[in-house]
Write a protein that binds this ligand. Structure first.
Ligand code: ZN
Ligand code: FE
Ligand code: FE
Length: 315
């Protein structure tokens, strides 16, 4: 760890009120309340994701709010927003949230690229807010050689800028833990804690934990004791209250490899222990857990992975 980041550890992250997903009451089967789902395609319109998720028994899902490889898009029409908000199956999903597009880099060193990132992020927050989504998951950014500290400062500045331009938008940004590939920031819990502690409106930030990413970043979650230790570390550095979502992905790559390759649950290097704890521990009960594993159009792989994860609850 570089000296610049070691000093970040000591900074306290201020606690704030966190919206938690609301569970519908009155169901008796405890498994039915498990907030479990997958990332769903919005092909054919944002509302189409709802029926895709429901068709494989999801109780939560993640979506992109537009094409994930484009900077900008035409605004959502009233009709599209209505089709999503009034979808007859929307109530079956207890939590729906968004993931930002992959082009955004708040630490971009090229001015045009940075300007595009700010605009694109604001636009996506507005779209997510129109769809009443509580948060948009975002990779913090890559410093591209400028150094960790310079990158983190640029991200903090950028978040302040974006939020100041859209004061009324309720959708928060959920900073995602990353694998630390290349110059990507967010591979240490301290990076996220530092950003949260330094922005002007920390109450508009929360955190999404990706199992494949933290494992690749070097946090061991391969055994029960290792998982407990890593989550204790997360609680100490970031605070559990900030956690709003978990990406449940196994990893094709080894712990500490810093290479981000998602694998089907139980078929990668993480093993099942981490997923068993995430599925069973009451502290994660209200946290939506979403798969981001490879799949085809028929969602067969999702069905399989969801079944494996549900199977861990009773084991
Ligand atoms: Zn992500
Ligand atoms: Fe992820
Ligand atoms: Fe990933």
């Amino acid at each position: 760890m570089k000296p610049a980041t070691r000093s970040l550890q000591s900074r306290a992250v201020c606690q704030s009120k966190i919206q938690k997903p609301v569970l519908s009451e009155g169901r008796t089967d405890p498994k039915s309340k498990i907030l479990l789902g997958a990332h769903m395609s919005i092909g054919g319109g944002v509302h189409m994701a709802i029926q895709r998720a429901c068709s494989v028994g999801c109780t939560t899902m993640q979506i992109f709010v537009k094409n994930n490889m484009q900077w900008l898009a035409r605004p959502l029409t009233r009709r599209e927003i209505g089709a999503f908000l009034n979808h007859s199956q929307r109530h079956e999903l207890l939590s729906i949230f968004a993931h930002a597009n992959y082009l955004i880099n708040l630490a971009a060193t090229n001015p045009q690229f940075h300007a595009n990132s700010l605009r694109s992020l604001s636009e996506e927050l507005i779209r997510a807010d129109q769809l009443k989504l509580p948060f948009l998951v975002l990779h913090p950014g890559a410093h591209l050689g400028a150094g960790e500290e310079a990158g983190l400062e640029k991200i903090i500045e950028s978040i302040d800028h974006v939020f100041s331009r859209i004061p009324k938008i309720k959708t928060r940004i959920a900073l995602e833990t990353t694998a630390g590939q290349g110059s990507c920031l967010g591979s240490k819990f301290e990076h996220l804690a530092y950003i949260i502690s330094r922005v002007r409106e920390p109450e508009r930030l929360c955190v999404c934990l990706d199992t494949a990413h933290i494992f690749a970043a070097g946090y061991d979650i391969g055994s029960e004791s290792a998982v407990r230790k890593t989550f204790r570390e997360f609680d100490r550095v970031i605070l559990r209250d900030r956690l709003v979502a978990i990406h449940v992905n196994d990893s094709k790559t080894a712990c500490g490899s810093r290479v981000d390759r998602h694998e089907h649950i139980g078929r990668g290097k993480i093993g099942l222990e981490a997923f068993r704890i995430i599925m069973r521990d009451h502290r994660f009960r209200k946290i939506p857990k979403v798969l981001e594993t490879p799949k085809g159009k028929d969602l067969r792989e999702d069905v399989e992975n969801l079944k494996t994860l549900r199977g861990l609850i009773g084991s």
